[in-house]
Design a protein around this ligand. Structure first.
Ligand code: AMP
Ligand code: ZN
Length: 137
């Protein structure tokens, strides 16, 4: 049986499953941003991560730092110390680029339901440009 016998939708399913991974297949927003398939105002990028402005900023500076590979949350990413180190380093780089390294900023990783996570692709919020209250809500 040739490839022509297999319906296009089925071919597409397997193409995404094997070539791009299930997260991309089911439309993970941050995988799409990292791959350049969805537009975003990029602030910083390297071989492991990408940083871009949050689409709904909660502070004058609000940037998200995400790994290029799909990691659902900090729970799944915790063992990859090289990646976590790079994400924090990128956050500091973002703060410097945005000019808030001296005035101060906050780095937040919301995790799962009670942590307030809404997008299930690990991301660091880098927030600043105003006084950050403590404790957060
Ligand atoms: P969290 O609630 O911690 O999971 O944060 C998700 C963040 O992603 C929110 O601050 C959203 O405003 C932001 N966000 C969602 N979609 C996009 C997008 N396409 N580009 C940039 N930021 C986004
Ligand atoms: Zn993803």
């Amino acid at each position: 049986m040739g490839a022509g016998m297999i319906p296009f939708a089925v071919q597409r399913f397997f193409y995404y499953a094997f070539k791009k991974g299930t997260a991309r297949m089911f439309g993970c927003i941050f995988c799409q941003v990292a791959a350049g398939e969805k537009p975003a105002a990029r602030v910083y990028e390297d071989d492991l991560c990408v940083a871009f402005d949050d689409i709904h900023p909660r502070a004058p500076v609000h940037v998200l730092v995400v790994p290029r590979r799909h990691v659902a949350s900090l729970n799944q990413g915790a063992e990859d110390e090289a990646l976590l180190g790079r994400l924090l380093r990128a956050a500091a780089e973002v703060a410097k680029k945005k000019g808030i390294d001296g005035s101060g900023y906050r780095v937040v990783v919301n995790t799962n339901g009670e942590g307030g996570q809404t997008v299930f692709h690990l991301h660091l919020h880098v927030m600043g440009g105003r006084f950050m209250k403590w404790p957060p809500g």
